[in-house]
Design a binder for this molecule. Structure first.
Ligand SMILES: Cc1cc2nc3c(=O)[nH]c(=O)nc-3n(C[C@H](O)[C@H](O)[C@H](O)COP(=O)(O)O)c2cc1C
Length: 339
């Protein structure tokens, strides 16, 4: 994509895949695009890793054409290093650069990266300006509401982002201090949206297609980011897009097709060991809210071979195509991450 109309892409499909370390790798991003997700973003990639040409770091940016528009998310504390990494990512093929200003993990914030930057607004502006000047593709940012309850400054960050020419600000509706506890504050997200000139994406606790559409409508946001929700329901993007466009969707969850696709996708892009792990992980997440999920998880995690794992998953999901998934949004689910 020579010159990307990122906001046009968002308007035609406002449901964006949230970056998730260890999960939103290239194979998974391809899968989510096939399943109707509008825009995808890599997991956080270390600007220092790129600076030192770490093969492992650069591999995180690997992509396939179907993923476009795809963004590379960068984190780092030094504007010049992040800017050079952004230029590298642009040359690598990224359609846009996303900055991680939301990571709450001590190892990252201790160095002044991730959500730590939110405590220093002049540095926020400097980072935006330096990175923006280094690339010609769009620049976006993902933030928390603020560092803690007494410093919810997302509105100020959004104003700076607008002045510096960013394309959007995505807000995870928790403070850094909250980690993953409590509920994302969508009233706060809506109030920032109402007062901001820059497009705003809301994020946090969207566990179903109907919630995605309700959040989008009620908050007035320009898009919503969905993370953990697509680990429980991989069709959430397709279902949300259909609801948004026409008000209804067919409940047609083809687990058999999906599991076979995942198997083929991971095996052709990775190796047996990773495929085995991924199949176990995703099949057990997908079983959330279905009858017998706990037993199924126990069984599948004992399996030692890819073929056996796929067969176990195919057998478990065989009868679940038209069974309704129970709402488990009140239960703890993956309560930690890098944003
Ligand atoms: C396992 C995991 C890894 C994550 N990694 C990242 C990351 O690399 N970059 C980022 O900005 N956010 C990361 N996050 C945060 C998500 O993007 C998202 O903001 C958060 O999970 C809330 O949205 P959700 O309720 O839709 O999952 C991660 C979250 C989880 C659960």
């Amino acid at each position: 994509m020579a010159s990307l109309d990122l906001l046009g892409a968002l308007r035609s499909n406002p449901f964006v895949l949230a970056p998730m370390a260890g999960i939103t790798d290239s194979a998974f991003r391809t899968l989510m695009r096939r399943l109707g997700c509008g825009v995808v973003i890599t997991e956080l990639v270390s600007a220092h890793g790129i600076e030192f040409k770490s093969e492992k770091t650069i591999r995180l940016m690997g992509f396939e054409e179907i993923q476009r528009p795809f963004g590379v998310q960068l984190f780092g504390e030094t504007p010049e290093i992040v800017a050079r990494a952004a230029k590298f990512a642009e040359g690598f093929g990224a359609d846009f650069i996303d900055l991680n200003f939301g990571c709450p993990v001590p190892k990252v914030v201790k160095k002044g990266a991730g959500s730590a930057i939110l405590r220093d607004l002049p540095r926020v502006a400097e980072m935006f300006r330096t990175v923006k000047a280094a690339v010609s593709i769009p620049l976006t940012v993902k933030i928390r509401m603020g560092w803690d309850e007494t410093s919810r400054n997302a509105l100020d960050v959004a104003a700076i982002a607008y002045d510096e020419g960013l394309a959007w600000v995505a807000i995870h509706g928790r403070t850094r201090a909250q980690g993953y506890s409590g509920q994302a504050d969508w009233d706060f997200i809506a109030s920032v949206k109402a007062k901001s000139k820059i497009p705003i994406l809301g994020n946090g606790d969207i566990h179903s297609a109907s919630t995605a559409v309700r959040r989008l409508r009620e908050s007035g946001c320009d898009g919503v980011m969905i993370g953990r929700g697509c680990l429980k329901n991989p069709w959430i993007f397709r279902e949300a897009a259909a609801l948004w466009a026409g008000g209804r969707y067919e409940h047609d969850r083809d687990f058999q097709g999906l599991l076979r696709d995942m198997h083929d996708l991971f095996l052709s892009r990775t190796d047996e060991k990773i495929t085995l792990l991924q199949l176990k992980k995703f099949a057990s997440w997908y079983s959330t809210g279905y009858p017998g999920a706990a037993n199924f998880r126990k069984t599948i995690f004992q399996s030692q071979a890819v073929g056996e794992t796929l067969d176990l998953a195919l057998a478990y999901f065989a009868d679940l195509k038209s069974v309704l998934q129970v709402d488990t949004s009140h239960e703890a689910f993956l309560m930690g991450g890098h944003g």
